[in-house]
Design a protein around this ligand. Structure first.
Ligand SMILES: C[S@@+](CC[C@H](N)C(=O)[O-])C[C@H]1O[C@@H](n2cnc3c(N)ncnc32)[C@H](O)[C@@H]1O
Length: 275
């Protein structure tokens, strides 16, 4: 991780690059890669949907010395050259590999040869329709390390309701390993293995940029930490909520989804009605 260059990128140098990658998500990428470093989770990084390299450049700075970063895109027009220029401008082209073409046209053999190591971070920002998102998840998630994080672009955007639907449907299909939403950034939702979400959330609560600025919400049978919430709760209280919903574990296994959500609401808001 190039801390100085990352700070410069987030503080303003990102404006030098054209694309769709905004400050709250830049901070979220940083916090999540810092979390993986604290927990000694390593692996390669991958972005599907590069355009001209705005988010790819930050990933290249977040990458560690020995890790690789793979970028997949159609690279229409001059976008491949523009991406290479973006990387050069930040002096961070080393160990970054770009692949041009429709992801659905890449054979499994080629993918296996290309993605040689388990991925610790996967950013999906290509086609935004339901079938496209489901397809990207199906193609790339088999290459994830069990402690990996997936960043899903525009999960909360009203223009693209297919993204959330595809993610939640995929979470049901991809069992027993199951990637579920656990951290809401700006325009992006971050997913991790359901069994590691509480560990990740507890670690994020103490990050300087996030402490006492988040909120926890329950969806189905998983918790999502909302970064920089409009209704922030102290990190100490969130920790207590997390402990109460993840221990003892048999609670969540024995209860229906409705019962789990009701239990969480009681723990969070008390047993009376909220009004
Ligand atoms: C929203 S842009 C990516 C923005 C970029 N991450 C940034 O930081 O600005 C979406 C990109 O996905 C690419 N794309 C869409 N569908 C694709 C597919 N099936 N295979 C490969 N690339 C695809 C497009 O070429 C486009 O460059």
């Amino acid at each position: 991780m190039e801390l100085g260059a990352i700070q410069e990128f987030i503080d303003g140098r990102h404006n030098e690059l054209e694309g769709w990658f905004f400050s709250p998500d830049q901070l979220a990428f940083f916090e999540l890669c810092a979390l993986q470093e604290r927990l000694q989770i390593s692996g390669d990084l991958c972005e599907v949907g590069v355009f001209k390299g705005k988010s790819l450049v930050l990933l290249s700075l977040l990458k560690r010395e020995t890790e690789r970063l793979l970028g997949f895109d159609l690279f229409d027009e001059n976008h491949l050259e523009a991406t290479q220029q973006s990387l050069l401008a930040f002096n961070s082209e080393k160990n970054v590999e770009l692949y041009k073409g429709l992801t659905s046209d890449i054979s499994l053999d080629i993918l296996d040869e290309t993605i040689k190591n388990p991925l610790r971070f996967l950013h999906i920002d290509a086609g935004h329709e339901y079938h496209e998102v489901l397809e990207q998840l199906a193609i790339f998630t088999p290459y994830l390390d069990d402690h990996a994080i997936i960043a899903m672009d525009d999960y909360q955007d009203r223009e693209f309701p297919g993204i959330e639907a595809a993610v939640l449907d995929f979470a049901e299909q991809d069992r027993p390993r199951r990637f579920v939403p656990f951290f809401a950034g700006g325009n992006k939702m971050f997913l991790c293995n359901a069994s590691t979400s509480a560990l990740f959330q507890k670690s994020l609560l103490n990050a300087t940029n996030l402490k006492d600025k988040c909120r926890l919400t329950r969806v189905r049978d998983f918790n999502i930490l909302i970064m920089r919430s409009k209704l922030p709760v102290s990190s100490e209280d969130i920790l207590a909520q997390l402990e109460a919903t993840t221990f003892p574990r048999r609670n969540s296994a024995d209860l229906s989804l409705n019962e789990q959500s009701a239990l969480f609401s009681q723990l969070t808001f008390g047993s009376g009605s909220k009004s």
